[in-house]
Design a protein around this ligand. Sequence first.
Ligand SMILES: [Zn+2]
Length: 459
Amino acid sequence: MTAASPHPRCAPLLSALPLLFALLSFLIASRSTSVPAPTLHQQLEDLSTQVVHNLHHLATISESPHHLNRPFLSNSSKQAHALLHRLFTQAALSATADAAGNVIATLTCATTPSSTTRPLILLGSHHDTVVDAGRFDGTLGIFTALAVAQSFRSSICTLPFDISIIAFDDEEGNNPFSVTNFGARAFVAHDLSHITALPTFQQAHHALHGPSDVPSAVRHAAISKHLKNRLLAYVELHIEQGPVLEAAHRPVGVVDAIAGQTRIMIRVDGQAKHAGTTPMNQRRDALTAAAQLVLHVEDVARHFHAERLVATVGKLDVYPAATNVVPGSVSFSVDVRAPSDRVRNRAVQLIRHASQRVALARSVQVDLQIVHQVDAVRMSDWLVDGFKHVLGDDAVVLTSGAGHDAQFMKEITDVGMLFVRCKDGISHSPLEAVSDQDVFQGVLALRKVIERIAEKAVA
Ligand SMILES: [Zn+2]
């Protein structure tokens, strides 16, 4: 039997079959061997997922199995150093730790000109926590910085500067040595000898880091003159720890200042008398006078609302605090914060005037003492402008009412801060929360900020 001949109209198609088959095989083979490179957006999404994973991982390191607590000079802080060091080196950054508890990693972006003279951008935040903390405070700034550094690494870094990441220790002051920001203070070369000379400090340091001349080792944590000369800026991303971004429906905002603060103690002295026998017009009630003053404090703060001043009476002690005695004396605290030192000082002056008026009107003595005062720290204008450019003309600009490592870094370089929205404005609590989408928005904003700084550096 002979094979049947193909239909004349099918002949050209059949003759092309081997070619079609070869083409199909090539397409299948090439598809299986070369996956298209991910876009930058995809890379940043993947890196954001890694940020979330890292945040959860670091939050498992705690002094307590029941809540997150990672104090300065603790076993958990040492474990955190080790984890950070490992994550930095896995990302191909060169990492070191210093005797003040800071972990520093560097991405060298090019070999020419010499990396020892290239400018440097420092990104970071803190890795210690308060007692019963959330997992985002400080650590979000460290891991978003790592993600952004990795994003430049993976796209073959052509930045005109190197990027270093610093994870500061002891921002929160969760320690028995009456100090906050030990890591940042050591880095900017504050004299900490009154703390490092304490036997209790040295014992704790030796227990974790082995025997050493602790004061000398901490002094060596200061940034070298050479590195300081290379510094272009310090940029810190941090959770907002307040409700402003959430109310404005924005994931990221620009910080223009860390508020200055005045802490006042006011003592009101009236006269303690029998609550049943003293007519109302013959009383010198210290508590009603204090109550009037507390409302004056609120009025003053509301008056300066547009200048973002806030004032709080958070502690009030009544003496003798008995139900059947007209209060004889009252002491209370007033905490005043504002981005403008001029506005804050004016508010304190108005509170002082109100004290004098109340004293006169109620025949009591009012003593007002300023017990603590710190000036505001303004973020560097060129960075604030750059961040606003990145986030758009209608970017939300905030004042940080809380202190940050950035305020110490301002002593040695230009500083800028980004805030990321947190749920219900809650922080310093296990309820602290940042959505995965907002983590991504933080990474994206920080990446764009670095690109913007690079444009400015080249221009
Ligand atoms: Zn913090």
